[in-house]
Design a protein around this ligand. Structure first.
Ligand code: HEC
Length: 153
């Protein structure tokens, strides 16, 4: 009987490890459908839009993402996350198209709530504001790698 208990423990440990690995994989990549990533931002990123986006960001997002987007908001401390909070002030944010950000902000993903109660225009204002948090990397960006990939470039 002793042998079987040992075997059972090994099996349970194996299954637990496999499940944990599976879960990690799931929480890592946030796939945006190609059509959504390709979507053009219809709202010009002017002073007015950025100011509107800033106000909405302070109300809806800063509690988790922090005032400067680093993920250090007070609300983020209570979240149980498998991965660190994303840093919206990282220039790598420019690898994503406006359409991708719009999609993520609209849908959310546990524990981030979707912002579907905001109008589409309001969500584009938020996208325009979020863009101001991360410095644009030299040599362009802006169109977004994923949008270009979606276009088949
Ligand atoms: C309850 C806390 C919370 C709130 C409120 C919240 N977020 Fe998030 N946000 C997160 C977490 C956690 C993630 C990472 C989700 C994941 O990858 O599964 C995330 C991811 C994101 C991403 C994707 C980052 C990337 O690297 O691709 C963007 C963009 C974003 N949030 C913007 C916003 C905006 C804009 C708002 C307000 C409209 C908002 N979030 C509100 C917690 C929050």
């Amino acid at each position: 009987m002793k042998c079987c208990v040992g075997l059972l423990i090994v099996m349970i440990a194996f299954v637990a490890a496999a499940t944990a690995a599976e879960k990690k994989k799931e929480t890592k990549e946030w796939k945006v459908p190609a059509r959504a990533a390709r979507r053009e931002n219809p709202v010009a990123s002017d002073e007015k839009s950025i100011a509107a986006g800033k106000k909405l960001y302070a109300q809806e997002c800063a509690d988790c993402h922090g005032g400067s987007g680093r993920g250090d908001g007070a609300g983020a401390r209570d979240l149980e996350l498998d991965a660190p909070m994303p840093d919206l002030s990282d220039p790598r944010m420019w690898k994503q198209s406006d359409g991708s950000l719009f999609f993520k902000i609209t849908k959310g993903r546990e524990p981030m709530p979707g912002a579907e109660e905001l109008s589409e225009e309001q969500r584009w204002h938020v996208v325009n504001y979020v863009r101001t948090l991360a410095p644009k990397p030299r040599g362009g960006g802006g169109d977004g790698d994923d949008a270009q990939a979606a276009k088949g470039k």
